[in-house]
Design a protein around this ligand. Structure first.
Ligand SMILES: Nc1ncnc2c1ncn2[C@@H]1O[C@H](COP(=O)(O)OP(=O)(O)OP(=O)(O)O)[C@@H](O)[C@H]1O
Length: 663
């Protein structure tokens, strides 16, 4: 293309962008008008309320952020041009000006190639600087022209990171797109090396499924589970930027109803997170069900009804065999007893008693007393309290029983101080006692760290839905972290889920990936190595005398570049380093958050680094990070793979063995 032709083309695209923005504004204004007049057009208060909620959501979905371009690509198919963007935009006649990236036709933007052009003559990608359309690149697929790697993709992955995570709709890669667009009823497990886009894939899959199955998923809900709140803050704005404002994002602990006020020993936590505890709780609960030993007699005015012991036994046996949740079982027994009473009443009185009579019979003292004897009511807390007061069960060894027994037994379940692992047990008990509402789809990030019992927390919430499991076995740091996926998938209730590897890294530069990969053989898991798409980046490993002094110097150097800076050290070293950086004036005093954030510089404990990324990472004393916990080498693997552009490793002690000899 000649320069004037190029300028002309750019001007035309900018005009289309302006027109699309105006059209979006018009759509939003129309939605706002409808919102304002909703109660006048709606026939009744209920319709007004529903319409109001719908319109409020629609307005939020149509928000226009000037920094995120409305479209990022174009497909030329036959005589038509389709601009692909973050949401549908239509003109006043209803003609599309921008196609949502999730629409079926948009798929060609991600998948078409010279091998399989899918009718696409030209694929155009747009380059933007601060929301301004500044360039484009064309691939004439029908003429056999395709770039090995898009310059716009390279610029996007090398861009300095500031603030929270951003969406990747403009540059989703074909192997990622396959996962994003997997069917709603398919559960998948993505084993991806660091920075291969697992989190991005999970979030985009949620947005895609919501687009395709809007009504069904809005009713059932979509849940994203992340490892900690710092991570949830980091990813929080991705889905709203894609127009999806109604997705629940939570940690595992956030899903649980129990307030945590105690800490377990490592040994106790290990037993409580073991899947045998599910069986222990179930046995204890079902052990409460007893055989009726005597007949039931109920007075009803001048009548007395009687149900024989055999009939009562049959009812209890039948319900037990049907295996409903425990509290539903109790109600079923009650209902069947009332039915028998009703038959007698009908036979004697010749007419059928009404609902009030049935309710009265169901609450009659002899019926309640019988139920309390043969199928006693119990709360989840009470059940766990009983097991931890006396964990006798041949599924657990004597030592295991001892280690989970209350050290100081509380008087009642109500006064118990529960630990995080107890909260999981209470949730398990709640799932045995009653039904748990299931989400339509659940995305679980950093899934390698789920214990079997935590996996069951998710399983209960996705029983009637599907899951996207994202993780990397090499990054498992919890004591119970998974060594392979099939076992965890079984605990999640999705044993047949497909396990798909992702190996192309978009975050970490090749030199840093090579360093981290040296740890892989020592981690005891079988995972494919990452290969980085990035040849840029810098790695410096320095032996130093004063860690604090060198950290300050390193941060000062890093501040000369654009982007975020993460200083990562053992949890115990964080306060000292943050103090030194404040004294040196490179971090302003008074930052209140637990990650000691101030502007571009964050000092964070190794235990919170998972899932996050910084342009410049300074890792302080790897030997201490390794020594701090049982899976210290895995933790170091996580920490080393947080860098987008530059990694400094500062050490006073020798480097851990797998890194021997690097400099
Ligand atoms: N197709 C893509 N285009 C542009 N950027 C991408 C693409 N895929 C991933 N990225 C970027 O690469 C970085 C890493 O992605 P992400 O955090 O999703 O990886 P991850 O596999 O979850 O990593 P980790 O296992 O380390 O948590 C992010 O900045 C993300 O935006």
């Amino acid at each position: 293309m000649t320069v004037p032709a190029l300028e002309e083309e750019l001007a035309a695209e900018r005009a289309h962008l302006d027109a699309s923005r105006k059209a979006l504004r018009r759509m939003r204004e129309r939605a706002e008008d409808l919102y304002a007049t909703g109660d006048k057009v709606a026939g009744d208060a209920y319709t007004a309320e529903t319409l109001g909620r719908h319109m409020a959501r629609r307005i939020a979905e149509l928000a226009d952020n000037p920094d995120t371009p409305l479209f990022f690509g174009r497909l030329d198919i036959d005589e038509d041009q389709f601009h692909i963007g973050r949401r549908h935009v239509t003109d006043t006649t209803g003609e599309p000006m921008v196609l949502d990236w999730r629409a079926p036709l948009s798929r060609k933007f991600y998948q078409a190639s010279t091998k399989d052009p899918q009718d696409v003559q030209t694929r155009r990608r747009f380059g933007f600087v601060k929301g301004e359309l500044t360039s484009f690149e064309d691939e004439h697929l029908s003429r056999g022209e395709q770039q090995a790697i898009s310059q716009i993709l390279l610029e996007e992955i090398e861009r300095p990171r500031v603030g929270p995570m951003r969406d990747i709709v403009a540059t989703i890669q074909p192997e990622q797109d396959e996962l994003v667009r997997a069917e709603l009823d398919e559960s998948i497990c993505v084993q991806g090396a660091p920075g291969t886009g697992k989190t991005a894939v999970g979030l985009h899959r949620a947005a895609y499924l919501l687009y395709l199955h809007r009504e069904r998923l809005r009713r059932a809900g979509v849940l994203i589970v992340g490892p900690n709140t710092a991570f949830l803050h980091y990813i929080a704005s991705v889905l709203p930027a894609l127009g999806e404002v109604e997705v629940r994002q939570s940690t595992i602990d956030g899903l649980l109803a129990t307030q945590v006020r105690a800490v377990d020993s490592e040994a106790a936590a290990a037993v409580k997170h073991d899947p045998r505890m599910a069986a222990v709780l179930a046995r204890r609960l079902h052990g409460k069900i007893r055989k009726p030993e005597e007949p039931l007699t109920v007075s009803d005015g001048s009548y007395r009804w009687r149900v024989s012991t055999e009939a009562l036994r049959r009812i209890v046996d039948d319900v037990r065999r049907e295996a409903p949740p425990y509290s539903i079982g109790r109600e079923r027994v009650r209902a069947r007893i009332v039915s028998l009473l009703m038959l007698q009443s009908e036979a004697r009185r010749g007419d059928s008693p009404g609902e009030a009579w049935q309710r009265r019979m169901g609450k009659a003292a002899p019926v309640v007393e019988l139920l309390d004897r043969v199928w006693p009511a119990v709360t989840p807390e009470q059940l766990v309290f009983e097991v931890l007061s006396d964990p006798a069960d041949d599924l657990l060894s004597a030592d295991e029983q001892e280690v989970i027994t209350w050290a100081k037994p509380p008087k009642t379940a109500k006064s118990a101080r529960w630990s995080a692992a107890d909260a999981v047990l209470v949730d398990e008990a709640a799932g045995l006692i009653d039904r748990v509402p299931s989400f339509g789809h659940v995305v679980v990030d950093e899934a390698q760290d789920l214990s079997p019992m935590q996996a069951r927390v998710i399983a209960r919430r996705s029983e009637h839905g599907s899951i996207t499991l994202l993780g990397d076995l090499a990054q498992g740091t919890a004591p119970w972290a998974a060594r392979d996926w099939p076992a965890l998938l079984a605990h999640l209730g999705k044993p047949g889920a497909r396990v798909v590897p992702l190996t192309t890294g978009f975050r970490v530069p090749a030199a840093v990936v090579a360093l981290a990969n040296r740890l892989l053989p020592a981690l005891g898991v079988d995972v494919p190595e990452a290969r980085s798409l990035r040849t840029d980046g810098a790695l410096h490993i320095s032996t130093v005398e004063s860690l604090e002094h060198e950290t300050v110097r390193s941060v000062k150097d890093a501040l000369q570049y654009a982007g975020s800076i993460g200083v990562i050290a053992t949890d115990a070293a964080v306060d000292g380093l943050a103090g030194a950086l404040r004294d040196a004036g490179v971090m302003v005093a008074g930052a209140e958050t637990d990650t000691e954030t101030d502007g571009r510089v964050t000092v964070l404990p190794a235990s919170l680094a998972k899932g996050l990324e910084y342009d410049h990472v300074i890792v302080v004393e790897p030997a201490d990070i390794v020594a701090a916990e049982a899976r210290g080498l895995n933790r170091l693997f996580v920490v080393l793979t947080r860098a987008v552009s530059r990694l400094d490793v500062l050490h006073a002690q020798p480097l851990p063995t797998p890194l021997d000899g690097v400099s």
